[in-house]
Every structure is written in C-alpha cells, then in structure tokens.
Design a protein around this ligand. Structure first.
Ligand code: ADP
Ligand code: MG
Length: 272
C-alpha cells in the first residue's frame, strides 16, 4: 500500500486550522431597506470565533441575532464591514462560489426544522449532497451514518409527519452534518421542543463539538440552554454587548439522567 502524505481531500490538520479563526467579523453592519426606510439590524459587529468553539447567542427579539447568523451562513451579506469565513473574504466572492462554500462549510438548523414534506428522513438528509454532486451510493452511506449519529437509524424511511418534533429536528441536524461542514449554525433549534428533547439536542451538539471538533453556533432565548455552550455572545440593538465564557458548563448527558421521560404525544412508538 502506498501511503500518501499529502492528500488535499483530507480536512486541514489541527495546526493548520488553528491558525485562523473560522469566523471573523470586522465592523459588520447590516441595513435592510424597505422603500426609503432603513432598519439598522447590525450596527458594527466585530467578533472572532475559533475552530471547535461552541457559542450561544442570546439577546432580545429584534437585536440582530438571526441577521448575524444569516451573514455567517452566507445566506445574506453585510452592508458594510468584512466577513472572513475560514480566511476567505466572503464579500468578494461570486454568488455561485458562495453557494458552494455555503453548502460545504456550513450546516444549518432552523427552529422550524425546514424538512421537505412527503420525503423520507433519509432523502431529506441526502439533499445537500445532491447539490454537492455526491454519487448516489456514497450519498446513501453518508446519510445513514449521519442518522446514526443522531440516533435515528430506525426511522430512516419515515416521512416528517411520522416523526416527533425532536426527531424532525434531529433529521435536520443529520442533514446539516452530511457534507461534514466546519460550522453548524442553529437558529433557536430548541424553540419548538419540550425541555427533555431540547437537552437531548444539546447532547448531540456537545458530541459533535467535542468528538468531531465542529464549530457550533446556536441562538437561544433560554439561559439554561446557553449553559451547554462554551461561550455566550449577548446581543442588544444590533451590537454585541457582552462576550463571556460559560463558567460552569452543563453536560447534557448528565442532565438527562435526572430528567423524567415524558411520552411524546405525536409518536406512539417512541422508545426513548
Ligand atoms: P433577532 O433574530 O435578534 O430577533 P433579527 O436579526 O431577525 O433579530 O432582526 C433584527 C432587525 O432587523 C429587526 O428590527 C428586524 O425587524 C429587522 N429585519 C430582519 N430581517 C429583515 C428583512 N429581511 N427585512 C427587513 N427588516 C428585517
Ligand atoms: Mg431571530
């Protein structure tokens, strides 16, 4: 067997990755125009997020949290200021390139799950790989693996309406994972979930963060959910008002041991 020492298809080594922050926002502003009227959603946000960080974004409604997530995820662009994603200046990249970068580097999880209805769990997970041009066999393999990570191997053929809210959100996480992105962005991922299911979700995020070194950024309204992260960014009026480490970090696996298991209304055969 020939062992190649330089393999460009492999992820960067830890030392390479540690050189640059994964995300660097420098004086980012965002103004939404509605006719003559401008809404200043971000008013100069500067922040670095390093590889393998786990960040929780908090702050009142309308303070710019989703706007920042959308910019980080290349779903939207800054009106002013610069954004470097893995060292790449996003403002100078073409739309087509941006779509590729987004698909490869970023996995999204939304509050409302955003699964395609009438499409099985595994097919939902395969979607981003179709856009990325991955062959069908490899697609299936990676989708199965991702569903295993979120403990849904037994629900692969289920349609979204045959899954509970927590299970649907886990499908969404599996979908976010399949292209092995550097970053997972989750905008209020537990917003529609009960408290136990929310902690189960945090357990998945903690695993991905610790075992795969994925950079994870979540938006949450719940202070106890933020305590599963490593760092909190507190937003107010389009700016980061506070940026602090989580002192006594919660372990989702530990919390779950002391939480009652409540039967899921919309799922008869939920054996968790
Ligand atoms: P948060 O996620 O913290 O609740 P957002 O980032 O969604 O806040 O919104 C910040 C501000 O920008 C709000 O005043 C909101 O109404 C406005 N805004 C967000 N998205 C748009 C948009 N697409 N068009 C116009 N205004 C928007
Ligand atoms: Mg929001």
């Amino acid at each position: 067997m020939i062992e190649s020492t330089v393999d460009t298809t492999q992820p960067k080594s830890p030392s390479e990755l540690l050189k640059d922050p994964v995300i660097r926002l420098d004086h980012v502003h965002k103004t939404y125009y509605m006719g003559d009227f401008g809404v200043h959603a971000l008013r100069g946000v500067s922040v670095d997020v390093e590889h393998a960080e786990f960040v929780a974004i908090m702050g009142p409604s309308g303070s710019g949290k989703s706007t920042m997530m959308n910019i980080i995820g290349c779903l939207d662009s800054a009106s002013k200021g610069t954004y470097l994603l893995d060292g790449l200046d996003v403002s100078t990249t073409s739309r087509a390139e941006l779509a590729d970068i987004r698909n490869q580097k970023v996995g999204f999880v939304f509050q409302s799950f955003n699964l395609v209805s009438r499409t099985s769990a595994i097919e939902n997970v395969e979607l981003p790989m179709i856009y990325a041009g991955v062959g069908s066999k490899e697609r299936r393999r990676r989708a199965e693996e991702a569903l295993e990570v979120v403990h849904l191997s037994d629900k692969m053929k289920n349609l979204p309406n045959q899954l509970s809210g927590g299970q649907q959100q886990r499908v969404a996480i599996a979908r976010a994972l399949v292209n092995n992105p550097a970053i997972i962005l989750a905008d209020e991922p537990t917003g529609a979930l009960d408290s136990r299911t929310s902690v189960e979700l945090m357990s998945v995020f903690q695993k991905l963060n610790e075992e795969r070194n994925m950079t994870i950024i979540i938006v949450t309204h719940e202070p106890d959910i933020a305590e599963y992260s490593k760092r909190v960014l507190l937003f107010g009026d389009g700016k980061i008002r506070k940026d602090y480490p989580v002192e006594s970090r919660r372990r989702a696996e530990e919390t779950l041991k002391n939480m009652p298991i409540i039967d899921d209304d919309d799922e008869e055969d939920d054996e968790e």
